[in-house]
Each structure stands twice: as structure tokens, then as C-alpha cells.
Design a protein around this ligand. Sequence first.
Ligand code: NDP
Length: 293
Amino acid sequence: MLLIDGKKIASEIKQEIAREVQQIKAQGGKTPHLAAVLVGHDGASETYVAGKVKACEEVGFTSTLVRYEDDISEATVLNTVNELNNNPDIDGFIVQLPLPDHISESKVIEAIDPKKDVDGFHPVNLGRMVLGMPAFISATPAGIIELIRRYEIPTSGKNCVVVGRSNIVGKPISILLSQKTYPGDATVTLCHSRTRNLNEIIKASDIIIAALGKPEFVRADMVREGAVVIDVGITRVKSEVTKSGWKLIGDVKFDEVAPKCSYITPVPGGVGVMTIVSLLKNTLLAAKCEIYP
Ligand code: NDP
């Protein structure tokens, strides 16, 4: 069994990005600039955005944080999006989700210029991804693809099950792994809460992507010998042994499943740590106008 070390890969990619930024600067180019819009004081969102700003600093990007209180109007957020769209110094930006109920997330996402949509949530980027065109791919599926690529895990002709059909994880990764390329060329089954015979489908799969948000759902008896297991799930549960009083649990019962796998991602330290790196990569691509020349 080989552990897919997301931490190690993420750190390597950060170093690669930092080197490229140094080169760009040395050649007199513009420093990549990521902006983030944060509305309210949701604890998880604050942590994510702080992590993104810190990661920008680590690789030498410029970052800008635009903060608003919970009661900000939708019009003001849309206006900010418009300003960021038109600010030539900003290469890419994100609006941290979730937004308060009175602000339409889809309206805000659709207002973002696809060329600056480094989260890859805009319908234009999703559509381009489906068509196999250059596109900003959202962070979690992009992170999974990068892990598969860096570990040179074969995907062609493999049976792959994706459990969970959300727009940000399950659906896009199922499309990416069925594209006619590497990583891809897999025969993908996309499962959800209405799927019949889920255990049999998982058991028949060479690659299992668990993204349903049910802690330790995938057990050893559901996994075939030699399977590749990518655990996307993150659930915070109370713990008496950690200092914080919390620990993170994946969708896979790691201890019993790991011995049966050829590759497996841990939680934490697997897919999760790749997400910020994917955002940095997209920002660099935006700065270099590589997706939309
Ligand atoms: P959602 O809640 O949006 O979607 C969950 C999906 O799982 C749905 O499609 C649902 O089916 C399906 N599902 C739920 N229960 C079952 C079941 N018993 N059997 C089969 N399918 C089921 O989740 P997200 O995609 O947003 O997140 C999934 C997990 O990944 C969460 O733990 C989340 O925290 C984590 N996550 C991790 C990230 C990372 O960076 N590592 C990033 C994003 C999410 P249906 O559609 O029928 O309701």
C-alpha cells in the first residue's frame, strides 16, 4: 500500500510556483495578484481565506482581501465583483462561499469574469471543462487530478466509482476522469443517495473516490484488493485525544481499508491540503493568460 502524501505534493507544487514567480519578477513581469472577497464571520470561511492569503505570501503573490459584514447588500457585492473584473492589477479572485441567505450565490458567481474565475465555479469554466477545453478547474477536483498525475496512477480503462454528485466535487471529478486524456479514460460510475447496489458498485471498482460527507462510510468489505482510494470527505468530530478537542474524519475507514489498497489518501493530509495549491496554480495560469490567451 502506498500512501498518497498530499502534504508533500502540495509543498513541492508551492516551491515550483514560487520559483516561477521569482523568474517572472526577475524578468520584470507583473507579480500575480489574487483577491478574495469574504462576507461575514463564518469561522470555517475565515480560516480558509486566511490560509489562502498566507499561501499567496509564501509563493510571492500579491493578495488583497475585501471584507464585508453579514448585512452587506447583494448589490454591493455585485459591484465589488464588477470592480475586480475591471481592475487590471487583479489576475484572479474568489468570493468565499457560503454567502448569507439574502445574497444569491449563483448571481454572484455568474457576475465573475470567467477569465478571473480562479475558483472555476463560473458556468463558462464548467462548460469548457466538460468540453475538454482549457478552463479553470475548481480546486478539489483539480487537486485530485494532480495527485493521480504526480503518483502516476494508471486510470485508462479502469472502473472508477465517484460517490457523491455535488457540483464542486463529485460531478466535476467524474467528468474529468472520463475525459479522453490522462488522468482520465476511466469508465466512471457516478453514485448518490438514490443509487441501488452501491456496495456492489464500489466493490467492482479499481478507483474509488469517496465524496459523500459520511464519516468512515467506506469499509474494508466494500473494497476490492488493490483498489485506489481517494478520500475527499472531511467531517469534524469531537475528540478527547487532540489538543483542540476536534479531529477530522474522512469518508473511508482508513485503518481497515488501507491494507487492501494499492494507493490511498489520508485525512487529513490528502486531498484537502491540495485545494489551496490548486487555487494558486489557477492564479498563476490567470496571470500568464494561459487559459484565455
Ligand atoms: P454534498 O453534501 O454537496 O454532497 C454529498 C453527496 O453525497 C450528494 O450527492 C449525496 O447524494 C451523496 N450522498 C450522501 N449520502 C450518501 C449515501 N449514503 N450514499 C451515497 N451517496 C450519498 O457534499 P460535498 O461534495 O460538498 O462534500 C462531500 C464531502 O467532501 C464532505 O465531507 C466535505 O466536507 C468534503 N469536501 C472536502 C473538500 C476537500 O478539499 N478535501 C472540498 C469539498 C468538500 P444526493 O445528491 O442524492 O443527495
